[in-house]
Design a protein around this ligand. Structure first.
Ligand SMILES: NC(=O)c1ccc[n+]([C@@H]2O[C@H](COP(=O)([O-])OP(=O)(O)OC[C@H]3O[C@@H](n4cnc5c(N)ncnc54)[C@H](O)[C@@H]3O)[C@@H](O)[C@H]2O)c1
Length: 365
């Protein structure tokens, strides 16, 4: 089997998650890690026994590295990915694909022009929970999907995060931080979108850092902390999506899809597994559906799928085009909230191929 040699740029929080799960996939091998802060790169290399910690430039000039995983902060996603593509590497970006739709589009165009692959998180839809939910819908278990709800609501991260400023700056907020999981899941389940409408506000402007050295310091909230939207899919299904950092507690399920024959409860899209429940009657019993998809994936599965796709000559599933469609929808929500008008997506979306059933852990098609 071909082993794709990978370089990771950005050795912060989420890199540990990628490095922990990468060894599950025999088709990829992390050959080097890099960060602006060399001490972070060295620390991760030591912790996960990666042969090389180096600068970004050294990583990009290493001819053995075929694919770069970009785990830097959102505002650096564009420049790091473009630099890697200019060095002839395939790139997989963490979410969001870029800070703006225009930057994301330029990345997609560059990959196309250079004949390189561009991938983008979230790839949680490759997990057993989301795949089984898609299968249930595709097999007609709920009839025709007519509506749905998706809720990501919390009080915000400042109680536990020691440096939460970026969550409340433009490019942050609950929509850009957590919305990608929900939007990617909804697109994967229901297909392309016709239009979105939204209302958004800064509902809780007074916030204080709750932990770490800056505990007690006031936060500046620049971007909406509550965004309520309605998505009309091309199929006609109408889905309500609320993302909020202004809700202390609630009892809504993460995602429910309502069909003409039954309702479906979809597991948290910020995870890979979870039970999919089906209910056919009002006040009826919610029953788990049987599934035969590989469980236990974590971050790195999208990278492994992309590496396998390059060598097997198929499309990769967590694609940059798809991540751009998500970024486009997030911008559309804010545009609609500002203008009071419905906004149509500018980026077309096509559902990726489903994962095959019955794969062994680490196996790719
Ligand atoms: N933390 C999480 O649980 C989590 C979960 C899912 C997705 N993400 C996404 O992953 C990305 C990284 O998040 P994080 O929490 O690991 O952030 P982080 O701040 O902990 O780490 C980012 C790292 O990138 C480095 N970096 C920044 N700019 C760079 C550049 N130009 N070149 C090289 N290195 C650079 C920083 O020095 C830092 O070490 C973000 O896009 C975030 O949205 C994070």
């Amino acid at each position: 089997m071909h082993k794709t040699r990978i370089g990771i740029i950005g050795c912060g929080n989420v890199s540990a998650n990628y490095l922990r799960h990468a060894p599950l996939f025999p088709g990829i091998e992390v050959a080097a890690v890099a960060d602006l802060d060399m001490s972070r790169a060295r620390e991760r290399a030591e912790q996960f026994e990666i042969p090389r910690a180096c600068t970004v430039e050294q990583l990009l000039t290493d001819p053995d590295i075929e694919l770069v995983v970009n785990l830097t902060v959102p505002k650096a996603h564009y420049s790091v990915a473009m630099g890697a593509m200019e060095a002839g590497k395939h790139v997989f970006n963490e979410k969001p694909l870029a800070a703006t739709r225009d930057e994301g589009q330029r990345l997609v165009d560059a990959a196309h022009e250079k004949g390189l692959r561009l991938g983008g998180a979230p790839e949680t839809f490759l997990g057993s929970g989301q795949q089984a939910a898609r299968r249930a819908i595709d097999d007609g278990l709920i009839g025709r999907p007519v509506a749905g709800t998706a809720f990501m609501m919390s009080p915000g991260p400042e109680a536990w995060h020691p440096d939460p400023d970026f969550f409340y700056q433009y490019g942050g907020g609950p929509l850009f931080d957590m919305g990608p999981y929900y939007l990617m899941s909804l697109l994967h389940l229901l297909g392309p979108v016709r239009q979105v409408t939204a209302a958004a506000g800064i509902q809780k402007p007074d916030r204080t850092i709750g932990s770490g050295e800056r505990a007690g310091e006031a936060l500046v909230v620049e971007t909406p902390d509550h965004i309520a939207g309605v998505i009309t899919f091309e199929s006609g299904a109408i889905v309500t999506l609320v993302t909020s950092f202004a809700v202390r507690a609630h009892r809504h399920a993460p995602i429910e899809i309502y069909g003409t024959d039954a309702s479906l409860s979809v597991p948290d899209p910020n995870g890979f597994d979870g039970e999919v429940l089906l209910c056919e009657q009002r006040r009826g019993e919610w029953k788990p559906i049987a599934m035969n998809y590989c469980q236990g994936y974590g971050r790195s599965v999208g990278v492994a799928d992309m590496a396998a796709s390059i060598h097997n000559g198929r499309e990769h599933r967590a694609s940059g085009v798809q991540a751009l469609a998500v970024l486009d929808l997030m911008e559309a929500f804010l545009e609609s909230a500002r203008s009071g008008c419905a906004v149509a997506p500018r980026v077309p979306y096509q559902r990726p191929a489903p994962m095959p059933e019955g794969l062994e852990p680490g196996q790719m098609d």
